[in-house]
Design a protein around this ligand. Structure first.
Ligand code: GDP
Length: 449
């Protein structure tokens, strides 16, 4: 028996319509108690019904009520949606009437959690619901849709089935050694299966890195000495004046953030204080932040000034970023060249004040990430850190199992690693999810979802 929960499912604030949603065994009855119109207990399922919500004999609102009876609903339980007028007060009032009549206030994500617990969706689909709400680009929305359709689930399920088949056979061998006509599993028979699973996991991990970029964006930091044109570059890319631009060295003292969609890849841009030796305490914090930002960045845009010679700070930055994904930008191409461009490697000579040059830079970045058209990429994406972490866990266990095969370990021992890989993959789809994991995941949802 599921208690009945209720929440306002639409965004807070004024709008044309707000939806108060209920799910649970008594959802219809609870609404019916406050409903003047048809008897909702008797209306056919999947209908929308006109009437009024009444409290203490007074009309609270004129509403349309959708009656959706189990099991063909979002939660697989009875669901009722009350479409009321979109004022904040009236919506709140309808909610209160439902609470008074016996519903309990839902926790964030509890509707989707019920959909998961009742087996309508797996964990990857539940997470896709959240990704869909968070989607910032067409591509990330598309990816969430694929996951919601069950593509991720199907893929993981196939891998799990392969592993489970091995586990089952090994266990039969152990438990019933007398069954001689049963296939005897040996290291040699396990090897090709484990190699196949390993290859598929490897591909999936590689693809998941691209998916994560599509979903979360590339954390991009713009660094360089003061006055080389970092803020101008940021503004050029953002096409708005977000960072303050001046010609006094050291004006941008803190990080400024902005987001830009480059043909499907979101750059999360951070402009940092210029790097230079300084006695100014405030700016020193900024400089440390820059070095810290390099550490954390996925992509570094390192800016030099074409009209100045390279200094030891520039060389320090070149050194600090040498192992990062970076674009070297030689800015102020319109000014007379004083910079020695030798030893810089691959660089772009441009002006941050020239829109055309900004476009060339953007093309270069797009090319670096080679995301291309998402519809051409295989539709199986794993894009959240939790799921990717589990893929790595599964990969480690498969590697251990293969190691066992190569070193001639007994099959029972190898089976332990195979089982661990199977379990890690199960965690992705929520096959054996613990209550605490489920609670943690769903608490990140919006209320009413
Ligand atoms: P930051 O300290 O590195 O953020 O540098 P700013 O973006 O504040 O730019 C410093 C100065 O250089 C400003 O006066 C800008 O207008 C100027 N500047 C930026 N880019 C260019 C460029 O491509 N050409 C020229 N001539 N000036 C530029």
């Amino acid at each position: 028996m599921n208690d009945t929960i209720v929440a306002i499912s639409t965004a807070c604030g004024q709008g044309a319509i707000s939806i108060v949603r209920l799910t649970g065994d008594d959802a219809v009855e609870i609404v019916n108690k406050a409903f003047r119109g048809k008897n909702l207990n008797k209306v056919p399922t999947h209908t929308i019904n006109y009437g009024k919500i009444i409290d203490n004999g007074e009309v609270v609102d004129e509403v349309m009520v959708s009656i959706l009876r189990a099991p063909k609903t979002y939660t697989k339980e009875d669901v009722v949606e009350i479409n009321c007028h979109g004022g904040a007060y009236v919506t709140q009032k309808v909610l209160e009437v439902m609470l008074k009549n016996g519903a309990r206030m839902a926790e964030p994500g509890e509707f989707t959690k019920r959909a998961f617990i009742n087996g309508r969706i797996d964990l990857t689909q539940a997470e896709a619901v959240m990704d869909m709400i968070d989607a910032k680009t067409k591509e990330s929305l598309k990816m969430a849709n694929m996951a919601l359709r069950g593509d991720v689930f199907n893929l993981i399920d196939k891998l799990r089935a392969k592993l489970l088949n091995c586990i089952a056979k090994i266990e039969v061998n152990i438990d019933y050694p007398e069954y001689e006509d049963e296939e005897q599993i040996t290291q040699n028979s396990l090897k090709p299966i484990l190699i196949e699973v390993k290859d598929e996991l490897k591909k999936l991990i590689e693809k998941s890195e691209i998916s994560q970029i599509i979903k979360d964006g590339v954390n991009t930091v713009i660094i360089g000495k003061p006055n080389v044109g970092k803020s101008s570059l940021l503004n050029g890319i953002l096409r708005e004046k977000k960072a303050i631009v001046t010609n006094i060295a050291g004006t941008t003292r803190d990080t400024v953030e902005g987001r830009v969609n480059l043909g499907g890849i979101v750059l999360n841009l951070v402009d940092t204080a210029g790097i230079r030796e300084t006695s100014d305490v405030v700016e020193k914090i900024g400089v440390e932040k820059s070095l810290d930002a390099i550490e954390k960045a996925d992509l570094v845009m390192l800016v030099f000034d074409n009209s100045q010679e390279l200094t030891k700070e520039d060389l320090l930055l070149l050194e600090k970023t040498k192992d990062k994904n970076r674009v070297i930008i030689v800015n102020k191409s319109d000014l007379e060249k004083k910079l020695n461009l030798e030893n810089l490697g691959d660089y772009i000579l441009m002006s941050a004040l020239n829109e055309n040059d900004i476009c060339i830079l953007e093309e270069k970045i797009k090319e670096m990430y080679k995301i291309g058209n998402i519809s051409e990429i295989d539709a199986t994406y794993i894009s959240n850190s939790r799921q990717i972490g589990k893929l790595h866990e599964a990969m480690n266990s498969i590697n251990d199992a293969l190691e066992g095969v190569y070193s001639g370990q007994v099959v029972d021992m190898i089976n332990i690693d195979i089982s661990m890989a199977w379990k890690a993959l199960g965690d992705i789809v929520g096959a054996n999810a613990s209550d605490s994991l489920i609670n943690e995941l769903f608490s990140k949802f919006c209320l009413g979802k």
